[in-house]
Design a protein around this ligand. Structure first.
Ligand SMILES: Nc1ncnc2c1ncn2[C@@H]1O[C@H](COP(=O)(O)OP(=O)(O)OP(=O)(O)O)[C@@H](O)[C@H]1O
Ligand SMILES: [Mg+2]
Length: 1138
């Protein structure tokens, strides 16, 4: 087939037949021939109706590419050549569109390609279902659960390098859109015996080899492992590596997958620790020890391995060691400990390893389920995929308990297959009243019953035997079987009561044989009891429970002493039976789909098609019967309602609605389509279509019709759309036109209105102007009249005014003349009255004088001639007297400086008053002076002298007035410091004081004791008291000082005198006024000459030969009253005064 060619039907370019239903003639040979032919042409898939038969090609075919996925996507099941994708697509679409839960049952023997098929289904579903970050994560987790489970649950066997050693059923859950939400995995009976022992040519589970090959050195060290397979007893050596399998790379894949699935780092680590523990358990060896009480004891050979296990698992070494040496049995609250011999110890060790590993596996499945479980509670659609071990038949009676269990499971699956396809189909035909010739098929219920019957089934017998008290062995079990099952037609045993096998040498004594639907299988009874019991000594589970590793602890819950359960745990057989029953129940609720895997050869080789092997499988899978049923029956059936609904568009009568019953509708439809009557049958509620091709034809017609309908709908829709659009446009146009007209009319109206307004305004303007002109004229006339009238009235008024003025003038003149007249009259009257009054006064005076004269003349004789003078004197005396008395009370204080004096009462006393004041003042001064002592008198004299000399001349003077003159400030006589000085002076000391002597050369000052005696002026050293200079007062000619507030003074000396050899003295003192006054007074009293005191701000002094000008300038206030002297040059000495 050219690559680009697109198939449109299953029938295109068929190799052999794609659907066995179409095979002619139909028998086993043609069936196998057809398979071989297709296999040789790389067509590994063939249909039997809706069942897919898959032959393992043992090589990779280019039929699983993404392009292929696209090719099969959304295509009819029978449209393209058979493919697992077609089945997957059909299943997925039924699930998504018809809301029917689905399951895919993949069966076949080991190596037939079941696991590969399940992975192909999953990958197809993942490729076609919804996308998005969340959905992709779910998909990825679901897909990545495979490598993890395969590493722990798959192993190399002689039949298959990657044989699944557990059964797996996975429910994938979808939402209503068909997006995956999550999944649930169930596992069935892991072949745990493989952990401790593998048949020749087989390996232990992959994970052990992967760990040793792929783990880093660091991880191996942590797990206390060595990278050497040969070191571990549990690992078989003869096939430690598998061709084409890279264990190291697979280890990385597994770890990565664990991470994606959601294992936490510490969880992954714990899992590897358990794996390492299992490996190391295999290396614990025992040796016989002493016999005590007739019982054998064993002992661990090399405790190093045990120690490392304990370190890995965190179990106390002594606890584990004891658990390997003793077995405690508890019965009726009694504990009995027995020692274990070497064989028992090995048994215990292996049981522990197997249990540890199988429990870890179950934990892994649960952990994965936890990660992949759907996070929503909404109703889910479910697709189950069952990949379970195929039928196993070993030769040479090597079949044991495991094969028995596996084959039982397959028997059950066959049963469900029969039930659902063959039986149900036939039953449906009968139910639907379809003509039907019965086909005989083998119903395997009888075999299932042989195994699982609760009363006498093999499993029940085994359980009974296991629980029976007393000695129980595999032989006793076989005996029991021989008794109970002897008559069963599918049970064969040499020892049974049935004699037909007595001479059958192919049936060893220790075996029994079952005729399974797939063939006879000889089971070796050895190990059945043990494996069914699956016993782990309680001591070991309790020891394991004491681990510090949480994962291991959780694997051995029965080891918890608080939860001791004396009830025996369910046997392996009954557990398996129960889980198979659950599985069957689950499958029955779903729509089944089958993939029958066939293994073409035993060599795992490509291109080899072993006819015998395939024939065997075709037989026991009942494929031929399957085809027969399909051929005898009808390929397709559907209820009338949905069928009519689906195809009603193919017939004018039924389109679009059929009014009558659905069945007659379908009849009308098929009649119109001219489908041959033999192609279909009418059931009670369903139409049955015999041939798939008829269905394809219907589907094709439907598809074509749908396209026509789509065109029709499109046409109508477009018409409707255009019409609606047109109507809308028309409506819009009318609205727009109406609005436009309104707008245009408005415009026209506004224009007309404004024109009318303009004309109107012009006319009104013209009229107004005309009126204005008239009014103006009228107004002017009125104004003219008014003016004329005003002139006239003015003339009239002035005339009247003149007249009135003339009249008023006349009246005024009269009034004035009258007034003058009245005035004249009044003055005349006044003069007359005054004359009269004077005359009257004169008369009165004259009268008074006359009276006086008369009185005096009368009383003259009664008065003395000098009485007047007397009165006068008396009065005067009284006044003076009062004056003095008054003064006495008003006298001011006796203080000479009190300026108060009462005012004089009479002017004539003025001079008296002043005199009195002067006398009083003199008197009170005298009074004041009279209080003075001689000393005080002297001081006041001096003060007076100072006042005369300096008052109003030197600014320093006022501040000296308050200071009492002390003279000798230094107590020369008393102070012993000055004893030498005192001794040198004989005269009375007038002044003894410290002065600053100013250096003539540089103006700097030094302290000197200044002494003034009656005749001399002395300068002495302040410290030593030694006299430095002595000047007789007669040689002092002048004292000079400034008018300012400073204490600087110069003492001029007589020229040529001995004292003046160095020149005049310059001093400064705080008591300048006192010193100058005292010097003046002493000089005057001694020499009778007045000492010249010059007060000037610039004077000359004599230094040796030079005359130097001493000039006072204004200095800073900083130095107080002390002047700052500076010799400027030969001629000038500047004194800075404050
Ligand atoms: N479709 C296929 N294309 C190519 N090779 C295949 C295909 N199916 C199976 N194989 C090969 O056959 C081998 C065995 O297949 P698979 O593991 O699926 O068998 P199985 O039926 O699951 O066996 P078991 O019951 O032992 O688990 C695969 O490892 C693979 O090499
Ligand atoms: Mg498998």
């Amino acid at each position: 087939m050219a690559k680009t060619e697109v198939k449109t039907s299953l029938l295109d370019n068929m190799i052999g037949v794609g659907d066995m239903v179409l095979l002619e003639p139909l028998n086993e040979d043609t069936f196998i021939d057809n398979l071989r032919k297709r296999f040789d042409h790389n067509e590994v898939y063939t249909y039997i109706g809706s069942v897919l038969v898959s032959v393992n090609p043992y090589r990779s075919l280019p039929i699983y590419s993404p392009e292929k996925v696209e090719e099969y996507r959304n295509r009819n099941f029978y449209e393209l050549s058979p493919h697992i994708y077609a089945l997957s697509d059909e299943v997925y679409r039924s699930l998504r569109d018809q809301d029917k839960d689905q399951c895919i049952l993949i069966t076949g023997e080991s190596g037939a390609g079941k696991t590969e098929a399940s992975k192909l289904v999953m990958s197809y579903i993942a490729a076609v279902c919804g996308k998005g970050a969340e959905v992709n994560q779910v998909k990825e987790q679901l897909l990545q659960s495979n490598p993890v489970l395969e590493a722990f649950g798959n192993a190399k066997t002689v039949r298959n390098d990657n044989s699944s050693r557990f059964g797996k059923y996975m429910d994938i859950e979808f939402n209503f859109k068909g997006d995956p939400l999550g999944g649930v995995i169930s596992n069935y009976l892991l072949e745990k015996s493989r952990v401790v022992k593998q048949p020749r040519g087989e390996r232990n589970f992959h994970v052990f080899y992967q760990l040793l090959a792929g783990a880093s050195e660091e991880l191996l060290n942590k797990l206390k492992l060595k990278r050497d397979v040969s070191r571990y007893n549990y690992l078989s050596l003869d096939s430690a590596t598998v061709n084409g399998m890279d264990d190291a790379a697979n280890f990385r894949t597994v770890r990565n997958a664990m991470q994606i699935v959601g294992f936490l780092d510490h969880e992954a680590q714990s899992v590897l620790e358990v794996v390492a523990t299992v490996l190391k358990l295999g290396n614990i060896e025992f040796k016989p020890d002493s016999r005590v009480n007739g019982l054998d004891e064993s002992k661990i050979k090399d405790k190093n391995e045990l120690k490392e296990i304990c370190e890995l698992t965190g179990i106390d070494q002594s606890v584990l060691e004891r658990a390997f040496s003793f077995r405690t049995v508890e019965a009726k609250q009694e504990k009995v400990s027995t020692t274990l011999n070497v064989a028992q110890a090995y048994y215990a060790r292996d049981a522990l390893a197997k249990n540890l590993y199988s429990r870890l596996f179950s934990w892994l499945v649960n952990r994965i389920n936890e990660s992949i479980k759907a996070q929503t509670k909404v109703r889910k659609k479910v697709m189950g995929v069952l990949d379970i071990y195929g039928f196993e038949i070993f030769e040479n009676a090597d079949n044991s308990f495991e094969q028995f269990i596996i084959n039982y499971c397959n028997e059950k699956l066959q049963q469900i297959f029969i039930e659902l396809t063959l039986k149900e189909e036939q039953e449906e035909y009968i139910q639907e009243d379809i003509e039907w010739t019965h086909i005989n098929y083998f119903n395997n219920t009888i075999i299932c019953d042989l195994i699982e019957n609760n009363t006498n089934g093999i499993l029940a017998m085994l359980d009974e035997e296991c629980l029976r008290p007393g000695i129980v062995t595999d032989e006793t079990f076989l005996e029991k079987l021989n008794q109970v099952c002897a008559t069963h037609q599918h049970f064969e045993s040499r020892m049974s009561k049935c004699s037909r096998f007595l001479n059958d040498t192919s049936l060893p004594h220790s075996c029994f044989r079952i005729q399974h639907y797939a063939g006879k299988v000889l089971y070796q009874v050895e190990g059945f009891v043990d494996k069914n019991n699956d016993l782990l000594y309680r001591d070991l589970s309790q020891a394991m429970w004491k681990t510090s590793q949480p994962l291991i602890k959780s694997l051995f819950p029965e080891g918890n002493p608080a939860k001791i359960n004396l009830k025996r745990p369910p046997t392996a057989g009954s557990q398996f039976k129960a889980s198979v029953a659950t599985l069957m129940k689950n499958l029955q609720t779903k729509n089944p789909n089958y993939i029958r895997c066939i293994k073409p050869n035993d060599k795992k080789a490509a291109y080899i098609f072993s006819e015998t092997l395939v024939r065997h499988q075709v037989r026991y899978l009942g494929l031929l019967e399957n085809v027969r049923v399909r051929r005898a029956g009808y390929a397709f059936r559907q209820a009338y309602g949905p069928c009519l609904e689906r195809y009603k568009m193919l017939c004018k009568q039924t389109w679009p609605h059929w009014k009558g019953p659905a069945r007659s509708g379908v009849e009308a439809l098929l009649n119109e389509l001219e489908i041959p009557v033999e192609e279909y049958s009418f059931g009670k509620s369903k139409i049955f279509i015999r041939n798939p091709r008829t269905l394809f034809k219907l589907e094709d017609l439907r598809k074509q019709r749908l396209e026509d309908l789509a065109t029709l709908i499109q046409k109508i829709y477009r018409g409707w759309k255009c019409r609606t659009h047109f109507l809308l446009m028309r409506k819009s146009q009318i609205v727009i036109a109406a609005w436009y007209r309104r707008y245009a009319q408005q415009k026209w109206y506004q224009k007309t209105k404004s024109s009318a307004l303009v004309i109107q305004s012009y006319i009104r303007g013209w009229k107004a102007r005309k009126l204005l002109r008239e009014l103006k004229h009228q107004k002017r006339c009125e104004e003219a009249v008014t003016t004329i009238a005003a002139y006239w009235h003015g003339t009239q008024a002035r005339r009247e005014l003149r007249r009135l003025k003339e009249e008023a003038r006349r009246k005024h003149a009269v009034a004035v003349i009258w007034a003058y007249w009245l005035g004249l009259k009044a003055r005349r009257e006044l003069r007359r009255l005054k004359e009269e009054a004077r005359r009257k006064h004169a008369v009165a005076v004259i009268w008074a004088y006359w009276l006086g004269l008369k009185v005096r003349r009368e009383y003259r004789k009664f008065f003395r001639a000098y009485a007047g003078k007397k009165i006068y004197e008396f009065t005067l005396q009284r006044i003076v007297q009062n004056y003095f008395l008054d003064m006495k009370n008003k006298m001011p204080s006796l203080s000479p400086i009190d300026k108060n004096w009462p005012s004089r009462p009479y002017l004539f006393l003025d001079s008296t008053h002043k005199e009195l004041k002067r006398i009083f003042h003199l008197w009170r001064c005298k009074k004041y002076r009279d209080q003075f002592t001689d000393q005080q008198k002297l001081i006041y004299e001096e003060k007076l002298e100072a006042s005369e000399l300096f008052k109003d001349k030197k600014a320093l003077y006022p501040s000296s007035v308050g200071q009492p003159f002390q003279g000798p400030y230094l107590a020369i006589n008393e102070n012993p410091k000055y004893k030498k000085l005192k001794d040198a002076i004989e005269e009375k000391i007038i002044i003894a004081e410290i002065v600053n002597k100013i250096n003539r050369a540089n103006g700097k000052s030094t302290s000197r004791i200044f002494l003034l005696t009656n005749n001399n002026l002395l300068l002495a050293d302040q410290k030593s008291g030694q006299i430095k200079s002595e000047v007789p007062l007669v040689d002092v000619t002048k004292v000079s000082m400034s008018s300012q507030n400073d204490g600087f003074f110069a003492i001029h000396l007589k020229e040529g005198s001995e004292a003046a050899s160095k020149g005049d003295f310059l001093f400064s003192s705080d008591h300048l006024i006192e010193m100058a006054t005292k010097l003046y007074r002493t000089t005057l009293s001694q020499t009778k000459q007045k000492l010249n005191i010059e007060i000037s701000d610039e004077f000359l002094v004599q230094f040796r030969k030079d005359k130097v000008c001493v000039k006072f300038i204004q200095g800073s206030q900083n130095n107080g009253s002390v002047p700052m002297c500076k010799r400027k040059n030969n001629r000038l000495l500047e004194v800075a005064v404050p």
